[in-house]
Design a protein around this ligand. Structure first.
Ligand SMILES: [Zn+2]
Ligand SMILES: [Zn+2]
Length: 123
């Protein structure tokens, strides 16, 4: 079963145009199997994109851990990514404040890293 899944996964990633993204996806999938925290990923297994490109999706709101989630308002938070300056900010959709949590800092850190990795590939 595991072998079958791995084969399918490799085939899936070969269809991705950005070879650097495909490589990072595969490397992070492998790393997860040996204990790498999926929330530290800079590529997204679900959307098969760089994290900063799909972090806007509702799939990235995790209320349990506080990722893209304001605990005060019990409301999702939005992430804005400025590709030019590399600035990443998280704001609650209701109170407009930045949820102050390790999860928010992790999102900002990972999105910055994903942005940098994607831009490296383009040069
Ligand atoms: Zn995603
Ligand atoms: Zn709020």
């Amino acid at each position: 079963m595991t072998t079958l899944l791995q084969t399918t996964r490799r085939d899936t990633y070969t269809g991705i145009r950005d070879p650097r993204l495909a490589a990072v996806l595969a490397a992070e999938d492998d790393a997860e199997e040996t204990g790498f925290n999926p929330l530290e990923r800079i590529s997204c297994r679900v959307h098969r994109r760089w994290l900063h490109q799909c972090v806007h999706s509702p799939a990235h709101v995790i209320s349990v851990t506080g990722h893209r989630w304001c605990r005060n308002c019990e409301c999702p938070a939005s992430v804005s990514v400025d590709e030019l300056t590399g600035a990443v900010t998280v704001h609650c959709l209701r109170c407009r404040r930045t949820p102050d949590s390790p999860a928010t800092r992790q999102i900002v850190r990972c999105c910055r890293a994903s942005l940098a990795a994607a831009q490296d590939g383009r040069r």
